[in-house]
Design a protein around this ligand. Structure first.
Ligand SMILES: Nc1ncnc2c1ncn2[C@@H]1O[C@H](COP(=O)(O)OP(=O)(O)OP(=O)(O)O)[C@@H](O)[C@H]1O
Ligand SMILES: [Mg+2]
Length: 342
């Protein structure tokens, strides 16, 4: 997934100080805490971090699809430049405007396809519905476009699949249908939340190759959430590492593997077996994030210091009392009190 001049242009999506707080009867739980990143046209930005670090909540906040069974408060900005060049803040848009963008200019692939495929509608009906809604074309044209989308994701016997229901398809095929649904209206930004974790390694590789090809063909940008550092090495240009609801390091993918700057990132990479750190840059696909020693902090009771301090081998007295500031530059930066020597 390549993007040569992306860094020179205005980002397509500028996320600034995004906060997502769970509102509970007995208090507020800050789960996404001041996340900022830029996503440029045609670029793939990987969001990595251990389970519970807030990756999905970040994505769902941007898509305005946070679970309805809870009460949320979002803050910050997510400035999106739409296809006509106009900018808007996704967090401030009214619901109708957001619905028009979603599925059309912004799309999301979820980890588990059955959560977003309707079991009562055929694959063709579901894909065509999105086309009719966003492009305002008639039924015949929408079905034709749905067929084309299934062919694009290389589903065998695509015409026959149009009239099948999700339960009639294999896991890999459902994942392709979900990608077809996300891609059918040619979004500018695709958020892919662990899109291949449930699949076996061969199918994973096929789906990832397919996403790369679709990205090359359409020039879309991808926010790629994954536990797999091999996938990061192969498919992303930039990486943002999340810990306890915050981004703690951001850099180009090669710099992150070659010179991880945050102690958390270093621990993650140190967990990779043997020569995997070097290999992962070439080999890919198998370098799944391992758990590092210690426990993630309780998000109900965060202190004023660095949230990684308790697990950090380089912990200093300052780390317990003062939140670290960002050091570095646009190319490579981290939030840590240690002296920064790029
Ligand atoms: N609907 C919800 N209600 C209450 N808490 C939630 C809800 N969704 C997420 N959380 C909490 O928010 C935190 C971040 O969750 P999130 O799903 O964003 O993690 P993640 O980084 O995507 O993890 P994973 O890698 O396991 O998918 C977790 O502590 C989680 O328990
Ligand atoms: Mg998640």
């Amino acid at each position: 997934m390549n993007c040569v001049n992306a860094m020179m242009t205005t980002p397509l999506l500028q996320v600034r100080d995004l906060t997502t707080t769970l509102v509970q009867r007995d208090g507020m739980v800050p789960l996404v805490r001041g996340v900022s990143f830029d996503l440029h046209a045609g670029q793939t930005l990987a969001l990595v971090g251990e389970s519970g670090s807030g990756k999905s909540l970040t994505a769902l906040s941007l898509m305005r699809l946070l679970a309805r069974n809870a009460q949320w408060q979002c803050g910050g900005q997510a400035i999106f430049t739409d296809a006509s060049g106009q900018t808007c803040d996704l967090l401030q848009l009214d619901n109708a405007h957001m619905r028009r963008l979603r599925g059309h200019q912004l799309a999301m692939i979820f980890q588990e396809p059955m959560t977003c495929l309707n079991p009562l509608l055929t694959v063709g009906e579901q894909i065509a519905e999105s086309v009719r809604l966003h492009w305002g074309v008639n039924k015949v044209a929408a079905r034709q476009r749905a067929l084309q989308a299934l062919e694009q994701v290389e589903i065998p016997a695509a015409r026959q699949r149009l009239d099948e229901y999700p339960h009639q398809l294999s896991g890999g095929m459902r994942q392709r249908v979900m990608i077809a649904m996300a891609m059918v209206c040619e979004p500018k930004v695709l958020i892919a939340d662990e899109p291949t974790t449930a699949l076996d390694v061969t199918i994973q590789a096929q789906i990832l190759a397919l996403m790369s090809r679709l990205q090359r063909d359409t020039g879309m940008s991808i926010l790629f959430i994954t536990h797999n550092l091999g996938v990061v090495a192969h498919h992303a240009e930039r990486v943002a590492v999340m810990y306890a609801g915050q981004v703690v390091e951001q850099s180009g993918v090669h710099a992150l593997f070659a010179q991880p700057a945050h102690p958390y990132t270093r621990s993650l990479l140190a967990c990779l077996p043997g020569r995997a750190r070097q290999l992962s840059l070439r080999e890919g696909h198998r370098m799944v994030l391992q758990d590092i020693p210690g426990q993630a902090p309780n998000m109900n009771r965060l202190g004023s210091g660095c949230s990684f301090a308790e697990r950090c081998a380089s912990r200093m007295a300052l780390c317990d009392v003062q939140a670290p500031v960002w050091q570095g530059d646009d190319a490579h930066a981290r939030a840590c009190h240690l002296e920064y020597r790029p």
